[in-house]
Design a binder for this molecule. Sequence first.
Ligand SMILES: [Zn+2]
Length: 362
Amino acid sequence: MRNDQRFWHRLSGHLILAGGALILIALGQFQWSRSSESEAATAATTAVPTQISPVEEVEGATAVAPTATSFPQGALPVINDSSLAPLPNPNTYQTKLPAHEFQMHEVARGETPNIIADRYSISADTLLGGNTWLSQESNQLQVGAQLVILPVDGVLHKVRAGETIDSIAELYRVTPESIINYLPNNLEFPFYRLVPESELVIPGASIGQFFFTAPKSVATNAAGEPQWKVFGTGTYVWPINGRCITQFYNGFHPGLDVGATEGSPVYASDTGTVTYASFAAGTYYDYGNLIVINHGNGFETFYAHLSSINVFPGQTVTQGELIGFTGNTGRSSGPHIHFEIRDRDFRTNPLDRLGGGYSNCT
Ligand SMILES: [Zn+2]
């Protein structure tokens, strides 16, 4: 009896296996013929929708067995698309707008950016970051103006056509994740769609980083080391003959504006190498015709709003040499020169280094 039982047990097992095999073969034929048809119809199709392992018995099968392919309904396709969706289709994807809740401040008479920043315990930079329309060139706070007080240090960025998360992150030198992870920005996985004219908070960004960084490649080797032919003296002369300050250096205006009639000569403040000499169209701030001189000692000088430029990148200049003429190009409300002295990219007060007296023409 036990042998009989084993026999029947084994037999039934074999039958089940054989039946299963037949079903598999039948399925395989079906799949194979279907995929063959589709291949014939569209020769360019690459993915063969079959998960049946190769079955040798299939009639007409050649040596080329269908290889195991990744099945379409596996992981969700990752669309690496952080581009703008100007017309999001509400039926397929609902793009959420950022949902910010900002404290607002109405400017009162006599208030300065620093006073307002102190009042909310934020930096002047963050105050500017929340109100990028405030010009560093005007420095005027209109009484009654409404200022955004950002809840975190950063910049409030208005999205423009063509921008992506990556491009914005690059602009502010932050990581894309830092923008995505700021929840009120409402950027949703997986598309992170941006809505033009919407505003994103860029945590950790500083408007100061927006300032034009002159290309330094002219005077650096492949290793990025400076290869200056000349070096600054470390002293600085006034860039123009006038000493009429129309705007002083402060947190909102990191340079010195010196009034001058259009076409006044501009001189190199110290010996160095011209690293930039062109019209500079900054993202937020417009220097107009700009000359940048690298002095090879960590210092750079910037000469902005020029009417004409008499030097070229790579040219060495000596202290006091004529480099261009004053003008009113870029964001400028009258002929003047905007002059900066940067110490390793950090903008310093030029008056700390320029000798002699000056007059207040603000
Ligand atoms: Zn200025």
